[in-house]
Design a protein around this ligand. Sequence first.
Ligand SMILES: Cc1cc2nc3c(=O)[nH]c(=O)nc-3n(C[C@H](O)[C@H](O)[C@H](O)COP(=O)(O)O)c2cc1C
Length: 141
Amino acid sequence: MSIIVAYHTRTGHSRKLAKAVAADIGADALDIRQWSPGLKADTLLLFGGIYGGKSDAPMLAFARALSPRDVRRAVLMTSCASGKDRQVGVRDALTGAGVAVEAEEFVCPGGFLVFRMGRPNARDIREAVDFARRHAVPRKA
Ligand SMILES: Cc1cc2nc3c(=O)[nH]c(=O)nc-3n(C[C@H](O)[C@H](O)[C@H](O)COP(=O)(O)O)c2cc1C
């Protein structure tokens, strides 16, 4: 069961969460810009933020370009100031590309301007690690 941890970030929060999760499972955290065509994973743990209500264009382009031959299943892990927004565009892009996406999504607050300062904090990181441990391997039906 191979797992890849990848992220796209503007302000470092997704990288911080991805690095903690990657360290916990003994993997590296890859910036999506480091993705190379030969990479393959049973599970991709994919971290990103929300900007103006949406995922960033490079993240959407990355998701659209994946195929089920590269990634069998993706798990979305999100940080955003609201603490509630999801990576809807990324989910749609992956689904459209034929990549299965875990229904449950990890979402935690990520500071922006004066909102949610200091987040993700140590507790958010622990929760991300717990979520990744529970979802890195598909659950049996
Ligand atoms: C330009 C910009 C726009 C943002 N717009 C939103 C938004 O619409 N909704 C939201 O919940 N958070 C918004 N945020 C907050 C980010 O989603 C949050 O800081 C997240 O943790 C950023 O992740 P990153 O550090 O990995 O880039 C915005 C942040 C920036 C920099």
